[in-house]
Design a protein around this ligand. Structure first.
Ligand code: 3HC
Length: 278
């Protein structure tokens, strides 16, 4: 997500500083940026010079101090509240006092992250959808502590980047994930109960629901660990059984079968002879 968001901002003609945890992650991030913009060149949507200009706007570093002059920081670290709070406390130290610090969390409490800093009025959520360069929606999350100007400033920027912002309250899953994951979880429960096969459920929702991907293909794209994290958070807040994560999803995550990013999830992407779940 970090690379996708950096690409979106650089495509909007703004300079970006991308911070990664170590040199290996930084090289992977560079690879994602080159692959994603390269795909646009191959499809004739971007010239090679245009691609170079976008990539040249992105400075990559492993040093948080490189963020010192940024107006806005968008964090996209793994979905663990302790880690997010730690990162925000560090950002609070290195960033300008008037900088807005935003989290791309899918389901964690923006308020809990905000209170880990000395500037809770300048902490907002900015939730991109996967793949970030393609999906139009960005949820801008406000909290009871956030300054209206900080929230409005982020929503304006999202519009300038060619995306569609909606401003939502700090509730688990916000709007889109709260609605989407009830459906995804029901699909997993259907599979688990032998109601229909994985492929038939995928086909039904693609061909009959008019969706670009069926639920299992989509969960593999999102990452099954992220899916489980969203469901756990929404269920903890709503206690709505539709959001109680399916045991099958939990089992796949425990097995390290996280979807496309690990080569296997509901589907296999690594040429494995047997598909994981049918
Ligand atoms: N990165 C950048 N661009 C990508 C991309 C990627 N990973 N994947 C596809 N694209 C671009 C292609 O270059 C192409 O661009 P163009 O139209 O300008 O030429 C366009 O997307 C369409 O790609 P393809 O023709 O190769 O493939 P599809 O038509 O099958 O589209 C898809 C792929 C865009 C992923 C489409 O299947 C889709 O929209 N799927 C649903 C995705 C979705 O619902 N995302 C939301 C998930 S929920 C979430 O993210 C929230 C989180 O908190 C969990």
């Amino acid at each position: 997500m970090g690379a996708g968001i950096a690409e979106v901002v650089a495509r909007g003609a703004l300079p970006v500083v991308g911070i990664e945890i170590n040199a290996d992650a930084l090289e992977r991030g560079r690879g994602h940026l080159e692959k994603s913009t390269g795909r646009a060149v191959k499809r004739g949507k971007l010239t090679p010079d245009g691609q170079r200009e976008i990539l040249d706007r992105i400075e990559l570093s492993t040093d948080f101090a490189a963020l010192a002059d940024c107006d806005l920081v968008i964090e996209a670290v793994p979905e663990r509240i302790d880690l997010k709070r730690q990162v925000f406390a560090r950002l609070d130290e290195v960033c300008r006092a008037d900088a807005v610090l935003a989290t791309n969390t899918s389901s964690l409490s923006v308020t809990e992250i905000a209170v880990a800093t000395n500037r809770p009025t300048k902490i907002v959520g900015v939730h991109f959808f996967n793949p970030a360069p393609v999906m139009k929606l960005v949820e801008v999350i406000t909290t009871v502590l956030a300054e209206p100007a900080a929230v409005a400033g982020v929503a304006d920027l999202v519009t300038k980047l060619g995306k569609t912002p909606v401003t939502v309250g700090d509730r688990a899953g916000f709007v889109a994930n709260r609605l989407l994951f009830g459906y995804l979880n029901q699909a997993t429960a259907m599979l688990e109960n032998g109601h229909a096969t994985r492929d038939d459920i995928d086909v039904a929702m693609k061909a009959g629901g008019g969706l670009p991907m069926g639920p299992f293909t989509l969960m593999d794209l999102i990452g099954l660990d992220t899916c489980l994290g969203v469901l756990d958070a929404v269920y903890a807040e709503s206690r709505d059984r539709r959001h109680a994560p399916s045991p099958l999803l939990r089992e796949l995550v425990a097995a390290g079968l996280l979807g496309r990013k690990t080569g296997r999830g509901f589907h296999a992407y690594d040429g494995a002879p047997a598909e994981t779940v049918e």
